[in-house]
Design a protein around this ligand. Structure first.
Ligand SMILES: N[C@@H](CCC(=O)N[C@@H](CSS)C(=O)NCC(=O)O)C(=O)O
Length: 347
């Protein structure tokens, strides 16, 4: 390849190129070869394969699991020739380093945050939504679509009392999406999780931590611990911990004693720089850290007895939608959709 500058423009005379048509030459185009991206791609692929043939062959290791990811998209060992087989395995390692795409989304009527996470380093771009809301489910799906993600899970941190989850609508529009909630919530969903479980999306995962107290089944989802996982870690605390606040404890099996223990044992023990993302904010905050809340949270920095008194004196009115929201969320938002939805739910 030769690169020249003529008339203030750089021109590439490329080995894999295409000569310009005579009429283009007459119009004053440069009469050298034009650059053709298809040929460049071919050249780069050849160089890449040459490089791969010199590197050791091993499938990607994810935690304790060996993932045969080269074969995840319909390719099987039997339909690959031996030479391709070895390069495919190595190729998948190189192309699948986890890379987190993260979006914080807001539903203004209930002041709810929904979170979109995806592994865009994985060829399938698997994604999950945490705490989607019915009113903004279409917006969330349109974003998933725009970003070319494959939505795998719609996850709830708990049975919400102030809004209906978007999980039902999402499952109706995208039946392959699996709903997730904690087993302790006693709600119905495709997958029921408990403390210690991992929710895998591509080569990234969320760890489930039980954080009861606002409701019996509240959990916090934390990004994985490991050098191949996002740093700093991120925790999606639902209503257990709000920025400079916490969830109320006066219904759905709430307990201030339990909430205090949950936050101190499951959230404040995370690394200090862990980013905390709550399910609601009523003051305009978006994110906080473990360190910040351990220092400034006006409720949770107190001792347990004081915390109990603070919570007992909150005197908040019941959420306006509680009578509609709780029954709907006990079936992950599928209450009006069951006739249209044939997939059985696991209890
Ligand atoms: N006004 C809202 C409900 C507000 C509310 O009660 N928020 C809950 C989380 S949603 S159940 C909460 O725990 N708040 C804690 C606090 O200190 O504000 C409505 O009517 O929907």
């Amino acid at each position: 390849m030769e690169i020249t500058k003529r008339g203030g423009k750089w021109n590439m005379i490329q080995l894999y190129g295409k000569r310009r048509k005579p009429e283009e030459q007459r119009k004053g185009f440069d009469n050298s070869f034009t650059f053709d991206h298809r040929f460049l791609s071919l050249l780069m692929l050849r160089l890449h394969l040459l490089r791969l043939s010199l590197s050791p062959v091993s499938p990607p290791k994810v935690g304790n699991m060996i993932k045969p990811t080269a074969f995840a998209s319909g390719l099987t060992r039997s339909n690959l020739c031996p030479k391709i087989r070895s390069t495919m395995a190595t190729f998948s390692t190189a192309s699948e380093s986890p890379k987190l795409l993260f979006r914080q989304l807001f539903e203004k009527e209930s002041s709810t945050y929904t979170y979109l996470l995806a592994d865009v380093g994985h060829p399938e771009r698997p994604a999950l939504l945490i705490d989607p809301v019915d009113k903004t489910a279409e917006r969330d799906l349109s974003l998933v679509n725009d970003l070319r993600l494959k939505l795998t899970y719609a996850i709830n941190t708990h049975v919400h009392a102030d809004h209906v989850t978007g999980t039902g609508i999402i499952k109706t529009k995208m039946p392959s999406v699996k709903s997730i909630i904690s087993r302790a919530s006693n709600a119905k969903a495709d997958l029921l999780v408990k403390g210690g479980d991992r929710i895998q999306f591509g080569n990234l995962f969320l760890e489930v931590r039980p954080t009861p107290g606002h409701t019996v089944g509240c959990v916090t989802y934390v990004t994985g611990d490991g050098s191949d996982q996002p740093q700093p870690r991120m925790a999606f605390t639902g209503d257990a911990l709000l920025i400079r606040g916490c969830g109320r404890t006066d219904f759905q099996g709430g307990s201030s004693e339990q909430l205090y223990k949950s936050v101190h044992s499951q959230i404040f023990t995370l690394p200090k720089d862990t980013l905390l993302y709550p399910a609601h904010d009523y003051k305009g905050y978006t994110v906080t850290t473990v360190e910040e809340e351990m220092q400034y949270n006006p409720r949770l920095t107190k001792d347990q007895e004081m915390f109990k008194n603070i919570m007992a004196d909150l005197n908040l009115p019941y959420p306006k939608m509680i009578d509609k929201a709780v029954p709907a969320n006990m079936v992950c938002g599928l209450q009006d959709l069951n006739d249209k939805h044939s997939e059985p739910l696991a209890v």
